[in-house]
Write a protein that binds this ligand. Sequence first.
Ligand SMILES: [Zn+2]
Length: 162
Amino acid sequence: MAVIPIRLFPDPILKQKSKRVRIIDGSIQKLISDMFETIHSVPGRVGLAAPQIGIPLRVIVIGLPEEEDIAIINPEIVRRRGERLIDEGCLSLPGYFGQVKRAESVTVKGRDQNGKEIRIKADGLMAQALEHEIDHINGKLYLDHLESMDKLYKIEPEETQL
Ligand SMILES: [Zn+2]
């Protein structure tokens, strides 16, 4: 396992659409364990998408405090419910927060690290993290949801980042 440096805005990999994973093998399992090690190496990191560490594949991980770690391969949002305005930060844009519109709850399907089909229904921070990380594999940043760049504001570095 290894902690990998996080790609920062405006690295072009963050604007790229990531490729679907075709075969879930040891290299994908290694990628997932590196992603978990990378988020758990610094407090406040709760989610990560593979392109943020330079790998343009559709793999995301979520590691919320006091909850089980979740890795999803080829995740897709199959349902969005409700709408809310919420503050959001990104590990690829450290030191900033912006207010974005997110769903209140989402249902996501995909596969786990063993290739088993999974379906997750989530609300709260988990729903926000899922939408944020799935945006990453589609080459989107939360900046793309802001009305304008002056909606960004500076935060303390230890705040939750996705
Ligand atoms: Zn992010």
